[in-house]
Design a protein around this ligand. Structure first.
Ligand code: SF4
Ligand code: SF4
Ligand code: SF4
Length: 152
């Protein structure tokens, strides 16, 4: 699942109270997205049951962020037009499934990502070359015509 800032922000209480040591829920959402802050810091979210549903949803979303943090790779689904340039260009994906080089698209979810229903979806982030200390590869972002791929 691709994550974006608004997805996280919309689930926060929106009280802009500053109890999490930043000036607004939006700033806190950005910190969560970058893995710089933990959800528990938003005390409002954990007061009573008022935000219980949002809390559960955020906890699930942020377990995905943990994976994103390893690579820094984020996809903006709203911008992605499903062209598949990134899939063809990704060295890992082409090595794992030669079909992707011909533009037919990978036939397995073992590759880093695929275009599914017109949007780029991560299927196996662990295979991305940005996993680990050397976050040097950024080929997919460089070939994207809509700037849908960002490294945080
Ligand atoms: S503590 Fe929660 S509600 Fe208050 S500003 Fe931070 S994120 Fe928003
Ligand atoms: S950063 Fe490199 S290895 Fe990772 S998905 Fe993009 S092109 Fe593939
Ligand atoms: S290159 Fe960009 S627009 Fe095309 S599928 Fe990849 S992320 Fe989407």
């Amino acid at each position: 699942m691709a994550l974006n800032l608004m997805q996280i922000y919309k689930l926060l209480p929106g009280e802009n109270c500053g109890k999490c040591d930043v000036d607004s829920c939006m700033s806190f959402a950005m910190k969560l997205l970058k893995g710089e802050e933990s959800l528990e810091k938003c005390v409002c979210l954990y007061e009573g049951d008022r935000y219980a549903a949002s809390r559960t949803e955020l906890e699930a979303l942020l377990s995905e962020t943990g994976k994103v943090e390893k690579t820094g790779l984020l996809i903006d689904e709203d911008r992605c037009n499903g062209c598949g340039n990134c899939v063809i260009a990704c060295p890992v994906t082409s090595m794992m499934d030669a079909g992707s080089l011909s533009g037919r698209g990978p036939t397995t979810d073992d590759v880093v990502f695929r275009v599914i229903n017109g949007k780029l979806q991560i299927t196996n982030l662990e295979k991305c070359r940005r996993t680990g200390e050397q976050k040097t590869c950024r080929v997919c972002a460089d070939v994207c015509p809509t700037d849908s791929i960002e490294f945080i």
